[in-house]
Design a protein around this ligand. Structure first.
Ligand code: FMN
Length: 168
């Protein structure tokens, strides 16, 4: 029997992020942005984080080519942004036209105006099953804290504020 990995991981609450990268083509720079919840802190020295992206992802192909990306950590006001950027590339491109974002100074990848973010340069990558683990060295961060966190749990977006602290 194959394990129901999706089923069990639905119980694991994660934050929700937007990863951004781009490709430079003859007609200019094309940005792309996707919703991800696989952001993991890997190492503090050097500062490393990872993302797991589907092997056949067009976004992954751009990321591995530029070797640069950014990750914006969403708060609950960005639920609609998360939904719009979890779609196919053409839909994402239309959604990005209305996105409040600007190129990060260190990578050129877009960082969302209303989110805390980190900029990354490719440190290494490994294929693992049907995904690639992309490990990035963090070259810049914005560590401001914004509104209640956007959390993905049981297949739905949820809002988590400080009131959720469990007493000892
Ligand atoms: C909450 C949420 C988290 C997601 N996390 C990831 C992720 O970590 N890695 C991934 O490859 N796709 C993830 N996805 C799916 C991508 O957002 C979506 O499939 C996107 O269209 C992939 O881009 P592509 O066209 O380059 O394949 C997630 C979707 C949602 C709704």
């Amino acid at each position: 029997m194959s394990p129901d990995l999706r089923g069990v991981m639905r119980n694991f609450a994660t934050g929700v992020c937007v990863a951004t990268t781009y490709s430079d083509q003859a007609d200019g720079r094309h940005h792309d942005a996707v919703t991800v919840n696989s952001l993991t802190s890997v190492s503090l020295d050097p500062p490393l984080v990872s993302l797991c992206l589907r092997l056949d992802s067009a976004f992954l192909a751009d990321l591995l080519a530029t070797k640069k990306w950014a990750v914006s950590i969403l708060d609950s006001r960005a639920r609609d942004v998360a939904g719009a950027l979890a779609r196919d590339r053409a839909s994402r491109s239309r959604a990005m036209d209305t996105l409040a974002a600007s190129p990060g100074a260190n990578t050129g990848a877009l960082v969302l105006d209303s989110a805390s973010w980190l900029e990354c340069v490719l440190w290494d990558s490994f294929d693992a099953g049907d995904h690639t683990i992309a490990i990035g060295e963090v070259v810049a961060v914005d560590e401001r804290r914004y509104g209640p966190a956007l959390v993905f749990l049981h297949g739905r977006y949820r809002s988590l504020d400080g009131a959720g602290v469990v007493p000892r």
